[in-house]
Design a protein. Structure first.
Length: 114
């Protein structure tokens, strides 16, 4: 084989290999979503706290705390979901050929078994 053919094979093989995808942009997107949701929830909890500050029943006085806890749970779940979704989209976008090769190779192996 000559040098050009070896270089062509190596280049084509390198295109099919997966590349590293950083998780940092996905994490930043998740943190931004969580921060926005937390700010909205904090505002709602603060308004409820001011509204029920002089209430006599314990349920009314602690309603702001329940709003705050539920907001934290929703924000953390939204952050995790957003991070996973963004990372998956970035990974598929940068490794299209690798995923296509995996599907094709799986079908080829299944055809060889029959």
């Amino acid at each position: 084989m000559d040098e050009a053919a070896v270089n062509a094979i190596a280049t084509n093989m390198a295109k099919g290999l997966p590349v590293f995808v950083s998780v940092l942009p996905a994490t930043v997107c998740g943190i931004v979503v969580a921060t926005i949701l937390l700010l909205i929830g904090l505002r709602m909890a603060y308004k409820e706290h001011k509204h029920t500050e002089g209430a006599s029943s314990l349920e009314e006085r602690l309603r702001w705390f329940v709003i705050l806890v539920v907001t934290c749970i929703i924000a953390s779940n939204a952050m995790i979901w957003t991070q996973r979704f963004v990372y998956q989209c970035m990974s598929i976008g940068q490794n299209k050929q690798h995923y296509a090769n995996c599907v094709w190779l799986n079908k080829y192996i299944m055809a060889m078994k029959t």
